[in-house]
Design a protein around this ligand. Structure first.
Ligand SMILES: Nc1ncnc2c1ncn2[C@@H]1O[C@H](COP(=O)(O)OP(=O)(O)OP(=O)(O)O)[C@@H](O)[C@H]1O
Ligand SMILES: [Mg+2]
Length: 250
């Protein structure tokens, strides 16, 4: 398996799913093979890619030692491990297992797939599923909402990442932070980018602008690059994919 990237921030609605889905779609369109693993009971990545699932099979794969379910999306080279509401029971079902934080890494290990890129779309929490993602990943990408309130929660996300690095996955790399939903003309924008750069020197990705096509695309079950190829959303996620490739290689 190629690069496994956890897309994580415990804050809700910052652009995690948009980032996982659209980076995977851009990389697949450019010829790589990619998968999105939906770890969120909301199932947003699954429905954004035009599928529907209850998440039960993922839960089973984590708890019963079977491979993860892998579905085609109808988009060349892009597959999804579909999540859904059943994942809401993950904490209760899995927390008692010995080494519960390693269940996803194990499940990925027994899942067939030769992807160049795997994106783990985390739920908005620092719970067991998000920790499993950080343990299974080579790198973590943190989308942040590009305004000052968006920066606040970053401290907690960073702390969680560092705890996982210390205790569970010393190999975990911080790929970087990706400013999302950015309003580039506001003065605040600059200050926020400077603050991010100060906290994560050399690891701040190109901003993803607030863009209506990115808000609309999920309802059509398509990545923004298919729904609106010429939109700012498409251009921004193409630039972000280029940045990620340069950061991580591949
Ligand atoms: N740059 C953007 N411009 C406009 N809308 C966006 C942008 N990025 C994401 N959105 C929209 O905002 C909503 C929240 O984004 P998204 O689902 O990616 O966030 P999230 O962090 O995954 O949320 P959650 O924490 O609930 O999982 C979605 O409806 C999405 O379509
Ligand atoms: Mg999400």
């Amino acid at each position: 398996m190629g690069r496994i990237i956890a897309v994580a921030n415990h804050k809700g609605g910052v652009g995690k799913t948009a980032t996982a889905v659209n980076l995977a779609a851009v990389l697949a369109a450019e010829g790589a093979t990619a998968a999105v693993v939906d770890l969120d009971p909301q199932g947003s990545a699954t429905s954004w890619l035009g599928l529907d699932a209850d998440g039960g099979e993922v839960l089973e794969a984590l708890s019963d030692g079977v491979p993860l379910p892998v579905r085609d999306t109808g988009i060349d080279r892009l597959q999804v491990v579909p999540g859904g509401t059943a994942l809401a029971a993950a904490e209760r079902r899995l927390a008692g297992e010995i080494g519960a934080e390693h269940l996803l890494a194990e499940a990925l290990g027994r899942t067939r797939g030769t992807w160049d890129w795997v994106f783990l779309d985390c739920p908005p929490s620092l719970g067991l599923l998000a920790v499993n993602a950080l343990v299974a990943a080579d790198a973590v990408l943190v989308p942040v909402e590009a305004h000052h309130l968006g920066l606040r929660g970053l401290v907690d996300s960073r702390r969680a990442v560092e705890a996982v690095q210390r205790r569970l996955n010393p190999q975990l790399e911080i790929a970087g932070v990706l400013p999302c939903r950015a309003h580039c003309r506001r003065t605040l924008h600059r200050e926020v980018l400077e603050a991010l750069e100060a906290s994560f020197p050399g690891r701040v990705g190109p901003p993803i602008r607030e863009n209506v096509s990115l808000a609309e695309a999920p309802a059509y079950g398509q990545p923004v690059t298919l729904y609106a190829p010429r939109s700012n959303g498409s251009a921004d996620y193409r630039a972000a994919a280029r940045w990620l490739r340069e950061r991580l290689g591949g």
